[in-house]
Write a protein that binds this ligand. Structure first.
Ligand code: MN
Length: 507
């Protein structure tokens, strides 16, 4: 049994499947690919890449991922032959493909969601797992395990194991369990199954207990943990990879397990995922929040200066966060810039380096210093989606006694398009000018502005969600001028919706 031999915890990440179901998140295929590559270099063992039967677009994204990473690639399937076939078609070229077959084990899910008897559930499980196991290794998930009748769940698990499943995933789908109870459930399953299997733990965070429940599962013999980056996922999300791994890492004596994660890549990986999904990281979030290593009280500051161990249980460097801040100025050359980016963990291509360096020089021209936070914001602007519309120029007339009006020129395919608009304020006016060019069927649904660093010369980072054809699309813009950042964010959302093509089916 792999998890016993070397005491290694298998990290199964579902950012691209469960995490992609975060409300308001809609990421494009190239962005999914980028996240998959980030997970791969982070050292995740298995990437759950999606649910191919949900739509053609998801199936295509899953097979693109299967082709381009060396980690294991898993596809989710409901307990039906057609789902398993579609999943297999999407992952068959992966280096280590696997299929995650999901069947509800609780009566509440069987009765109200699947409208299925226990007997039918047992029969479909045996048939479907047997078919999938003839293709590749199978993980069998008991959905809603923590609210299931144990006797029936065990029957279901044993029928999956007898049909060839290698991993059994015990879930707290609704985030209801408490740590001692969930650990006990894992022990119960482990000691009563008919065959050897890796036991996996899949916990949700509805009561803020996902990490605690996952750790309890590990202590009770689970050999695999299911996580998402930044804790993305349905409702309050899944168990955050960065938190559970840093708990294991920081309390090694308590958790005598190894894992394959390169923790020094955690900070920048999470920052990039947050930028792609436009789900901000709370400042007080454990491990990766902006305040996670900030000390305000004089006594604490003094202590940390004398010795960081006084108030820090882990070093910021262990997650790839550097101590220094003021770094580059307008005299810094391309080499210094590239070195700093590399130090922060970014591997930029020649083109990306050229683009981001230009952006950096523009900023350095007007600002005395450029901080790591600025640099990360600039690099996070790298577009993985080609721009259809680009900004040429805009002007705005605004004041407290007049209605704002705006004029904008955007370029599409080398051709300039001019739009005029008015509104209740500068942003409203310029957005109306844009929709007068691109069409009225793009409407703003949310707008968020964030200053990257303090001060009136801070970079403004604007994130918008724009509705088009019933789908929400995220857009981001960065500029020293907040109106320009707003324009760039809106255009970015439009470009992304044009690149997204067929909207994926939501589940
Ligand atoms: Mn889930």
């Amino acid at each position: 049994m792999a998890d016993k031999v070397n005491n290694k915890i298998i990290v199964f990440d579902t950012t691209l499947r469960d995490g992609e179901q975060t409300p308001g998140v809609n990421i494009t295929v190239p962005e999914k690919l980028e996240i998959a590559r980030l997970l791969d270099v982070l050292g995740v063992d298995i990437i759950e890449a999606g649910f191919p039967a949900s739509s053609r677009a998801v199936a295509d994204a899953v097979s693109a991922i299967a082709d381009s990473v060396s980690a294991g690639v898993c596809a989710m399937a409901r307990c039906m032959e057609s789902d398993v076939y579609t999943a297999w078609e999407a992952i068959k070229f992966a280096k280590a493909p696997s299929i995650n077959i999901v069947m509800a084990s609780s009566d509440i899910h069987l009765e109200h969601k699947l409208k299925m008897t226990r007997g039918e559930a047992l029969r479909y499980t045996a048939e479907c797992v047997r078919y999938a196991a003839s293709l590749c290794p199978v993980e069998f998930t008991c959905e809603d395990s923590s609210r299931s009748d144990r006797g029936f769940m065990l029957e279901l698990i044993n029928s999956a194991l007898n049909a060839g499943a290698k991993t059994i995933n015990i879930t707290d789908t609704v985030g209801y369990a408490v740590p001692s109870e969930f650990g006990e459930l894992i022990r119960f399953v482990k000691s009563n199954t008919s065959r050897e299997a890796v036991i996996s733990a899949h916990c949700h965070n509805d009561l803020g207990l996902a990490v605690a429940n996952t750790l309890s599962a590990v202590m009770s013999g689970a050999g695999q943990i299911e996580t998402t980056l930044c804790g993305l996922g349905e409702r309050a999300g899944n168990c955050p990879l960065e938190e559970v791994v840093m708990a294991i890492e920081t309390r090694k004596q308590y958790f005598p397990f190894s894992h394959g994660i390169d923790t020094t890549k955690l900070y920048r990986t999470c920052a990039r995922v947050s930028a792609i999904t436009a789900i901000p990281i709370a400042v007080n979030k454990a491990v990766i929040g902006a305040n996670a290593f900030a000390h305000t009280s004089g006594i604490h500051q003094h202590g940390v200066i004398e010795n960081p161990l006084t108030y820090e249980v882990m070093a910021p460097q262990s997650i790839g966060k550097t101590g220094s801040d003021i770094i580059l100025g307008k005299l810094s050359g391309r080499h210094a810039f590239a070195e700093r980016a590399e130090h922060l963990g970014f591997e930029l291509s020649e083109d990306e380096l050229k683009l981001t360096f230009e952006h950096f020089r523009e900023l350095a021209e007007v600002r005395k210093s450029v901080t790591d936070a600025d640099l990360i914001a600039i690099i996070n602007q790298i577009r993985v989606v080609p721009d259809v519309y680009t900004l040429d120029t805009f002007t705005i007339q605004s004041g407290n006694k007049i209605r704002a009006s705006a004029s904008i020129t955007v370029i599409r395919g080398g051709v300039p398009y001019v739009g005029e608009g008015s509104g209740v304020g500068s942003v409203d006016a310029v957005y109306n000018a844009i929709t007068n060019i691109v069409g009225k069927d793009w409407s703003l649904s949310s707008y968020l502005i964030n200053a990257v660093t303090g001060g009136v010369d801070a970079l403004g980072e604007v994130t918008v969600r724009v509705k088009h054809a019933g789908e929400l699309h995220i857009g981001r813009g960065l500029s020293l001028d907040v109106i320009e950042a707003s324009v760039l964010a809106f255009l970015n959302a439009i470009n992304r919706s044009l690149a997204a093509g067929v909207p994926p089916d939501r589940r």
